[in-house]
Design a protein around this ligand. Structure first.
Ligand SMILES: NC(=O)c1ccc[n+]([C@@H]2O[C@H](COP(=O)([O-])OP(=O)(O)OC[C@H]3O[C@@H](n4cnc5c(N)ncnc54)[C@H](O)[C@@H]3O)[C@@H](O)[C@H]2O)c1
Length: 441
């Protein structure tokens, strides 16, 4: 019998498959997460001891994070590294000394001994590199968001639909066990009808990185400038909006919002505070908020149903009419109710509607990893390792990922439309020319 740590056995994928299996029972899970079709023991065995030859383009923070994960994937071998900023290329080379080094990604794409490329460059480079990668015949894994502009997203989508290559975008929540299981409960009706969604991401950090000399400012701090970044929407909200689309299986029709630079007035061009509302055709709304000068509220992806709430980030759910209150909690609740009744109320009710304490229920057993929003090598269990491993598997089998490109396209378009709505100060209707057959409104 094969031992678990024998070469060719991907522990992260195998554990992932095992953990999904006990709740899902195969087909049920595939109807709400079709991209998991390749995540079965049978599909994993198609690797047959093979190794995908991988190149990493963009070896900064996220690129190095992926390198650490790739080094743990037995069916992957890093053969080349590319970065046009020498200190970051050097840092990556120190992790993989045997890999060849490139400053120009186009030279790397000419090489025949590379099956797949992992792209972790700033957003404004994604489209060019993905398109060049596909036309060079490489399988491509690119970081989110899909691209800097809607036209670039469309070009990628069209190139992909005409390509036989595999393409992934790193929307890791799609491969995160607590999201998958939570979503299955939503789809099975546990929280009733989805009547709203509420996502936010609060941090207290400026996003600014130290720059060794002034001419490197826009390169190193690319996140802060509009030519290279869609700000909070593409950097943070893209993950969360994908979750909303996944929950309801359709797209909002319109978006309105306000964006400002409230606190970090340091020459940046992207908002440090955004409040956005998306509206579906039936009036259901996504309320999205992000602020990076106060972290009190943390990060949450909440699906609100008329019978309960799915708090996916924490791996918890709450029911509106919960009978599982402990005896003492029930007693306290009764006393509280009586106390309110006893107070003579004249005129309009004054009773404040503060947040009720619902007993939490766990979506998954055991300890839930809550991503603080940073890429923490070796600590994250947010699906990033699994989606990457799945890509490497696909580099060997040639199996395209179901719906991953489509989900990334939908989420990125929603981010870019929100930026447009905030910049123009108006409600933006989802434009006809960017609709794809996958979208339901
Ligand atoms: N999925 C996630 O949770 C997650 C988390 C963090 C970052 N990201 C994404 O990863 C990407 C990279 O982010 P980061 O924080 O690592 O940025 P970074 O600035 O740390 O790294 C980007 C690297 O790309 C290099 N680069 C830029 N232009 C290049 C070119 N033309 N050729 C070769 N190399 C080039 C830079 O020199 C740098 O080393 C972004 O798209 C970001 O949104 C995703």
């Amino acid at each position: 019998m094969k031992s678990e740590n024998e070469p060719g056995t991907d522990l992260s994928l195998r554990r992932f498959i095992k953990s999904l299996g006990y709740i899902a029972g195969g087909t049920a899970i595939l109807s709400m997460a079709p991209w998991l079709v390749s995540c079965t023991q049978e599909k994993l065995s198609e690797i047959r001891g093979g190794q995908a030859r991988i190149a990493v383009i963009g070896t900064g923070s996220r690129g190095q994070y992926h390198i650490h994960n790739l080094l743990q994937i037995p069916h992957a071998r890093i053969v080349a590294l590319c970065d046009d900023y020498a200190p970051n290329l050097d840092a990556a080379s120190a992790l993989v000394p045997a890999a060849r080094r490139y400053a120009d990604y186009r030279k790397l794409l000419e090489e025949d001994d590379i099956d797949g490329v992992v792209i972790a460059t700033p957003l404004n480079w994604h489209a060019r590199m993905v398109l060049d990668g596909l036309s060079a015949g490489k399988h491509v894994f690119c970081e989110k968001a899909m691209a800097r502009t809607m036209d670039e997203c469309k070009a990628i989508y069209q190139a992909y639909t005409h390509s036989d290559r595999v393409l992934y975008f790193c929307m890791q929540r799609m491969y995160d066990e607590k999201y998958i299981k939570g979503m299955q409960l939503v789809h099975n009706g546990l929280i009733g009808d989805v009547v709203g969604m509420r996502c936010h991401w609060f941090r207290n950090a400026d996003w600014r990185r130290p720059v060794p000399s002034p001419e490197l400012e826009r390169r190193i701090n690319w996140r802060l400038y509009r030519e290279s970044s869609g700000g909070l929407m593409t950097e943070l909200a893209s993950h969360q909006l994908e979750v909303c689309n996944w929950a309801v299986g359709r797209m909002p029709l319109s978006v309105a919002g306000m964006g400002d630079i409230v606190y970090w007035k340091d020459g940046r061009e992207v908002y440090d505070s955004v409040n956005v509302i998306y509206r579906y055709s039936d009036g259901v709304k996504i309320n999205y908020e992000s602020l990076i000068s106060n972290r009190f509220n943390g990060m949450e992806d909440q699906i609100l149903g008329n019978s309960g709430t799915m708090d996916l980030t924490k791996g918890l759910y709450y029911l509106e009419n919960d009978n599982s209150l402990s005896g003492i909690q029930q007693l306290l609740a009764q006393i509280k109710e009586k106390a309110f009744e006893a107070i003579p109320a004249a005129g309009p009710s004054w009773r404040s509607e503060t947040k009720k304490e619902y007993p939490p229920h766990s979506i998954v057993e055991g300890r839930v990893y809550v991503n603080p929003g940073q890429s923490t090598v070796g600590v994250d269990k947010d699906g990033s390792d699994v989606i990457l491993s799945s890509f490497c598997q696909a580099c060997i089998t040639g199996e395209k990922a179901r719906d991953v490109v489509e989900e990334a396209y939908c989420a990125t378009l929603l981010c870019l439309l929100a930026n447009q709505a905030m910049e123009e100060g108006r409600t933006v209707i989802f434009p006809e020319e960017y609709r794809i057959p996958y979208m339901k409104f």
